[in-house]
Design a protein around this ligand. Structure first.
Ligand SMILES: [Zn+2]
Length: 543
C-alpha cells in the first residue's frame, strides 16, 4: 500500500502478550504447514455481520496436538471439527488453541474445519486502519470490501495469521444478496443462485497467497476483460468497476497493459499467470490484493491527483494502478516473513515507480522522480522494525528505501546487470516468504558487490551518510562521517565546476588525492550529504 499521511500504524513499543501471539512462530504454529484454505463466508449486510467456515488443510511437520488459529474479536470461533468430531479449544485474546484428539502423525496431511461468525471490526481509515469497509454506490446499492494489511486477515476470517506460512492454494466462496457480485482472488469457478435470494461466488487461487492478500469486493460490478501477450504467454486481465463509474474506469484502466509490460521487463514474468490479473474498483484508495489489485484513486493520475515527487513525472500515470500492481512482484511473489521486513515490499515497489517512469520516459525522468521523493523522507527511525511482535519500521521504507535501491544501482553501474539482479530476485524467491537479510544477501550475490554496510546504513540507521571533505593546497581530503562503523560505500563526485565525474572510495578514515579545482559535488543519484570541513565552521550541503 501507499504511505499513509500520518505516521505508521505500529508506533507503540510496549508490546503486549497479544502482539507476541500474533507476531511469533509459536510452537502451536510451528508443527504444521499450511496446504490449503477453503473459506466460505456469507455476508449479512443488514446487520454488518458475517458467518462462515474455513477448512484448513495442513501437513504435519513435527509432533503436536495443539493448533493455534487466529480470529480477532469481536468475531468468534463457534465450533471446530476434525473428521466430523467436535474439538475443544481455549481462547487467549485473539488466538485460539485447539486441542486435537486424533494423533497427528508426521508427514500426514490432515484438515480441520473452523466455524465462525460475528460482526467484524469496521475499518476506521482504510486501507491503513482496516477491517470491513461498508459503502454504497450512488444508487444506494451496497459496496463492501475488506482491507486488512497490518491489522491482519484474522480480522474477518480464521487463519494462521502470520506471514511466514502461506497455503499452496485457496478457495474462497462468498455468499451475497443476489443482485450483487463478489470479486475475490484467483479465477471465478462458479456462481450459484441459492433459494434464499443470495448468490455464491466461488473463486480459486492456485498459487501460494499471503494472508492480507485475500479479499472480497462486493458491489454492482460491470466486468470486461483483455489479454496481454506476456513473457509467459497469454495473461488474462479482468476489470471490475461499478456500473456508475465504468466509463471512467475503461479509460483509466488502459494503463494496466503498459504497466504490466514495463514490470515484466524489469522484474520478470507476472508471478501469477494461472490466477490472472484483475483490477477491481473498491470503496477505499487501493491495496495490492494478490491477483485482484483493488483501486479507489478516483480515476485520476497521480496519488489522489497529486504528484508525490513534486517533479511532474508522477502526474503522467495513476499511482494506485502502478504502485499496487508493482506489489505483485514485491509483496505477493516475494513476501516478508515478518512485518519488520516490510521494506522488501515497499522499498522495491516505491523504486518500481521510478523504473516505470524510466521505461516510458527515459532514465533521467526516472531518476528525477525517485530523487524528488526524497523530500518525503523523515529519517525518524530505522526502516527495519522489531522482529517477532508484528512491528513495522519507519514509513521511510518507501522513499528512502527506493532511494537506497537507486543508490545501489549507481554502485552496480551496469544497467543490464542491475535488471538481471531485479529479475533474479523474483526468480530466486519465486512464491516464497523471506527474511529481509536473505534479500540483502541475494542482491549482494547477484550484483557481485559487498552491500552489507549499505543495507546497515540505510535500513538500520537513521543517519544520512555524509562525505566530509576539505582542500589543503592542491590536495582533496575526504572521508565518510555520520555513518555506521566501517561504512565504505563508493560515491561518484564531480570535481571542479563541470569536470567529469569520478569514483571515490571513501572510508571513515581521511584519504587524499591531488586535485586542481577546489569544488566538489556528489552525484545527486546517490542519497548522501556532503560537508565542506573548514577550520572555522563546517557547512553542510544537501543533494
Ligand atoms: Zn505499497
Amino acid at each position: 500500500m501507499a504511505l499513509r499521511p500520518a505516521p505508521g500504524y505500529a508506533q507503540h513499543y510496549a508490546f503486549t502478550h497479544d502482539d507476541t501471539l500474533r507476531g511469533t512462530i509459536t510452537p502451536e504454529r510451528a508443527w504444521w504447514d499450511l496446504a490449503h484454505y477453503h473459506l466460505r463466508v456469507r455476508l449479512h449486510p443488514e446487520d454488518s455481520t458475517l458467518s462462515g467456515s474455513n477448512t484448513v488443510r495442513y501437513r504435519v511437520l513435527k509432533p503436536g496436538q495443539v493448533m493455534q488459529i487466529d480470529l480477532q474479536r469481536p468475531v468468534q470461533i463457534e465450533k471446530v471439527e476434525q473428521d466430523g468430531q467436535s474439538l475443544p479449544f481455549r481462547r487467549d485474546g485473539d488466538a485460539y488453541f485447539i486441542q486435537l484428539k486424533k494423533p497427528q502423525r508426521v508427514g500426514r496431511t490432515e484438515s480441520i474445519t473452523v466455524f465462525y461468525g460475528g460482526k467484524p471490526r469496521v475499518a476506521r481509515k482504510p486501507p491503513w486502519d482496516g477491517g470491513m469497509v461498508y459503502s454504497r454506490d450512488k444508487k444506494g446499492q451496497l459496496f463492501i470490501a475488506t482491507a486488512c494489511q497490518g491489522l491482519g486477515a484474522s480480522a474477518w476470517w480464521p487463519c494462521k495469521d502470520h506471514m511466514y506460512d502461506e497455503p499452496d492454494s485457496m478457495q474462497i466462496a462468498v455468499t451475497v444478496p443476489e443482485q450483487l457480485t463478489d470479486v475475490s482472488n484467483g479465477r471465478l469457478r462458479s456462481v450459484v443462485k441459492n433459494s434464499d435470494g443470495t448468490r455464491t461466488f466461488t473463486w480459486a487461487v492456485v498459487n501460494p497467497i499471503n494472508n492480507y492478500g485475500v479479499n472480497l469486493n462486493v458491489g454492482n460490478y460491470v466486468h470486461w476483460s483483455d489479454t496481454l501477450r506476456g513473457e509467459k504467454g497469454p495473461l488474462t486481465i479482468d476489470y471490475y468497476a461499478l456500473a456508475e463509474t465504468a466509463d471512467s474506469a475503461r479509460q483509466q484502466f488502459k494503463q494496466v497493459k503498459p504497466m504490466l509490460r514495463a514490470f515484466e521487463h524489469w522484474f520478470g514474468p507476472y508471478p501469477f499467470y494461472e490466477d490472472g490479473y484483475k483490477l477491481v474498483e473498491a470503496p477505499y484508495l487501493g491495496m495490492e490484493h494478490q491477483s485482484s489489485v483493488t483501486y479507489g484513486n478516483g480515476f485520476k493520475n497521480g496519488y489522489r491527483g497529486r504528484d508525490l515527487s513534486g517533479t511532474g513525472w508522477g502526474l503522467l500515470w495513476d499511482f494506485i494502478i502502478i504502485h499496487e500492481s508493482g506489489h505483485e512482484w514485491f509483496a505477493n511473489n516475494i513476501t516478508y516473513k515478518d512485518v519488520a521486513d516490510m521494506w522488501v515490499h515497499e522499498s522495491f515497489t516505491n523504486y518500481a515507480e521510478n523504473l516505470y517512469v524510466e521505461y516510458y520516459h527515459g532514465k533521467n525522468a526516472g531518476a528525477t522522480y525517485v530523487i524528488g521523493c526524497r523530500k518525503l523522507i523523515r529519517n525518524d527511525r530505522p526502516i527495519v522494525g522489531i522482529y517477532g511482535v508484528n512491528h513495522a519500521g519507519s514509513g521511510d521504507m518507501y522513499y528512502k528505501g527506493g532511494n537506497m535501491l537507486h543508490t545501489i544501482r549507481q554502485l552496480v553501474n551496469d544497467d543490464a546487470k542491475w535488471r538481471r539482479a531485479l529479475r533474479g530476485l523474483n526468480k530466486t524467491f519465486y512464491h516464497k516468504t523471506v527474511e529481509g537479510r536473505q534479500v540483502e544477501a541475494e542482491l549482494s550475490r547477484l550484483t557481485g558487490l559487498k552491500l552489507q554496510k549499505v543495507f546497515d546504513q540505510y535500513l538500520r540507521d537513521t543517519r544520512i551518510p555524509t562525505l566530509a571533505y576539505r582542500f589543503t593546497g592542491n590536495t582533496l581530503e575526504y572521508r565518510w562521517t555520520n555513518c555506521v562503523d566501517g561504512f565504505d560505500m563508493p560515491v561518484n563526485v564531480c570535481l571542479g565546476e563541470s569536470g567529469p565525474t569520478q569514483l571515490l572510495r571513501p572510508t571513515t578514515r581521511w584519504q587524499r588525492i591531488p586535485v586542481r579545482d577546489k569544488t566538489l559535488t556528489a552525484d545527486p543519484n546517490f542519497y548522501v550529504l556532503t560537508q565542506l570541513v573548514t577550520e572555522t565552521a563546517p557547512s553542510a550541503q544537501t543533494n
